[in-house]
Design a binder for this molecule. Structure first.
Ligand code: AGP
Length: 589
């Protein structure tokens, strides 16, 4: 994620932008910059955190009452000054700040190069101002050129665009957040409300495909999908700072669930050399352990199937709290992967210490740079999911899965194939987290909200997903959800099934035949069958369609379960962000 902001009004833009960027820094902080418009546009940007750049670049000297700003988390292109935003067109007339991923940027770069354009950065963003220049050179005005250019983009974006010589900001979003603040004769546009909350509480939430033309006389809204002008209402918000960070969402849990289209993509943006070095360590190792707790353990469990399938590699998976019972097997040639979102979980840290005592190598996968686990590890990979505020792990779980899947492909010598398969998930996850999907799942939540017990079954990769789905539902709605391998039901658990007992069934093409027969066993004893499956089936009483994604099924299939867990909690009157008895990071044993 990156943080973007724009200002149009009667105050010094650079001061407003600087304050806003400091509120957005949690979204990315490897470089930052801003552009302001007075007689001409001035740009100041570089690598570094905002506070350091504020001193070195002296943003406050920048003149003008119109401006755009950006704080970056690198996705395409290294952390360099050239890759920092704002980006500008070849004729230096058009300036853009962008959050998101332009999936067809290589094709657009090629098109523009064939039309005489040259690029100074490695970013996907740089195609945007040049596409606009290309359209303006063919007779379109700035506004129409922006519409034409944005329609050519695939992927996700939130942008704020400026044209030298015009007191006008263009703001547009598709798949990345963007919200407008309405002041007294001034306008703010940013990734998150905290960026301008101190200046106004009048907010316009933009919808996907919205395109806003902001001038000192007001705002016009278009929707690029419907290709027509639209009306957007102003909400007056009475939020405190915490709610402001939730933005348009009631809880962090749903906000973070909806970030997954983007965070999964960030998880696979890894330094290839580091990944290659880790693969080398894996190939040298005699015995590999994956350890974690809770959702992180479920990610490790899923990874064991993925490595088995993709890399033909057997890995040992262990609950971190149980790991010390096996430390006598560890040698200097053992490799231990410690998986922990927080990087502070006491059980995981103890497992890491046990491994280090035996001279084993430790590689950690975490979301928090500088966390204890990274300090004890020989090397580490970061999930780059941004802060996860909700106690429940949602976006970091799918980020762990994405990263571990990429690692399995890298081990098999199929890194690019893995990246392509995981990049494809953006659309699938975006649709699974759409309003339509959430409304459909809410109907199921209404049906289940008074249940005491819920069973979850799956086979193969889907068994790991069943474990994670059950945990989500348990820890946030307090419904007793229990997961089983489909093949285990007949060994005892099926005795629990009564008339109407709900049973969620995760189905993949590979396991369909056997898991459906397990579902039929449950149904014939009165069970209510909820199918999470690529195809419908007569045995399902409720069907949630999730496209078949092969080894990426654990990533996509958990999303409806996350949404269901959230909606059950809300319907049962609980706070999804702060479930009883739980802590975000269990730093005690
Ligand atoms: C997940 O929803 C839970 N909050 C919990 O199981 C969590 O996954 C576990 O405590 C491990 O945390 P970690 O990933 O920070 O180590």
């Amino acid at each position: 994620m990156c943080g973007i902001i724009g200002y149009m009004g009667h105050r010094k833009a650079s001061s407003i932008l600087l304050k806003g960027l400091k509120h957005l820094e949690y979204r990315g902080y490897d470089s930052a910059g801003m552009a302001t418009l007075s007689s001409k546009v001035e740009v100041r940007k570089d690598v570094g955190k905002i506070a350091e750049l504020e001193k070195r670049l002296r943003f406050e000297e920048m003149e003008g009452e119109v401006g755009i700003g950006h704080t970056r988390w690198a996705t395409h292109g290294r952390v360099t000054k050239e890759n920092a935003h704002p980006h500008f067109s070849q004729n230096k007339k058009i300036y853009v700040v962008h959050n998101g991923i332009i999936e067809n940027y290589q094709e657009l770069r090629k098109f523009l190069k064939n039309n005489g354009f040259r690029f100074y950065s490695e970013t996907d963003t740089e195609v945007i101002p040049n596409l606009i220049q290309y359209e303006m050179e063919r007779g379109k005005n700035f506004e129409e050129a922006c519409k034409a250019a944005l329609k050519r983009l695939d992927g996700s974006f939130a942008v704020v665009i400026m044209h030298e010589g015009e007191e006008k900001l263009i703001a547009a979003r598709r798949g990345s957040p963007l919200v407008i603040g309405v002041g007294d004769g001034e306008y703010f546009v940013a990734s998150d409300i905290p960026a301008f909350l101190e200046f106004t509480k009048k907010v316009i939430f933009m919808y996907d495909w919205d395109f806003a033309v902001i001038t000192k006389n007001g705002i016009k809204f278009y929707n690029l999908k419907e290709d027509r002008e639209v009306e957007r209402s102003i909400d007056v918000i009475d939020w405190d700072a915490e709610q402001a960070r939730k933005g348009e969402f009631k809880h962090f849990m749903i906000k973070e669930i909806l970030e997954q289209a983007e965070t999964i993509q960030r998880a696979i943006m890894q330094d290839e050399d580091i990944v290659a070095a880790i693969v080398e360590e894996m190939k040298k190792a005699k015995g590999i352990f994956f350890v974690g707790c809770g959702s992180s353990y479920h990610a490790c469990f899923a990874a064991s199937y993925i490595f088995s399938k993709i890399a033909n590699l057997h890995v040992n998976v262990m609950l971190a709290s149980e790991f010390p019972n096996f430390k006598h097997f560890l040698t200097k040639e053992t490799l231990v992967f410690a998986v922990s979102q927080s990087g502070e979980t006491a059980d995981v840290l103890e497992a890491v210490r046990a491994a280090k005592e035996k001279g084993s190598k430790v590689i950690s996968i975490t979301n928090v740079k500088g966390s204890s686990i990274t300090r004890y590890s020989d090397s580490f990979l970061l999930l780059n999911a941004g802060p996860e505020i909700c106690v429940l792990s949602t976006k970091t779980y799918t980020s762990q899965l994405a990263l571990l899947t990429l690692l399995a492909y890298a081990y098999a010598g199929r890194y690019e194939e893995g990246r392509k398969r995981l990049k494809y998930l953006w659309n699938v996850v975006y649709n699974l987290t759409s309003r339509t999907s959430r409304e459909m799942i809410k109907k199921l939540a209404e049906k289940l909200k008074n249940e005491e017990h819920l069973f979850v079954i799956g086979r193969g990769l889907q068994y790991a997903t069943a474990l994670e789905a059950a945990l989500k539902i348990k820890e946030v709605s307090y419904i007793h959800a229990e997961a089983f391998a489909g093949g285990e039901l007949k060994h005892g658990t099926i005795a629990l099934i009564e008339d109407g007992t709900p049973c969620m069934v995760f189905v993949s093409e590979e396991t369909e035949k056997e898991i459906i027969s397990n579902a039929v066993e449950v149904k014939s004893r009165g069970g209510y069958i909820i199918g999470i499956s690529p195809k419908n089936n007569d045995v399902f009483d409720f069907w949630i369609k999730v496209p078949e994604c092969g080894v990426a099924n654990p990533i996509v299939q958990i999303i409806p379960a996350q949404i269901l867990a959230y909606q059950l909690a809300v319907l049962r009157g609980y706070d999804p962000d702060k479930p009883r008895n739980l802590a975000k990071s269990v730093t005690v044993k």
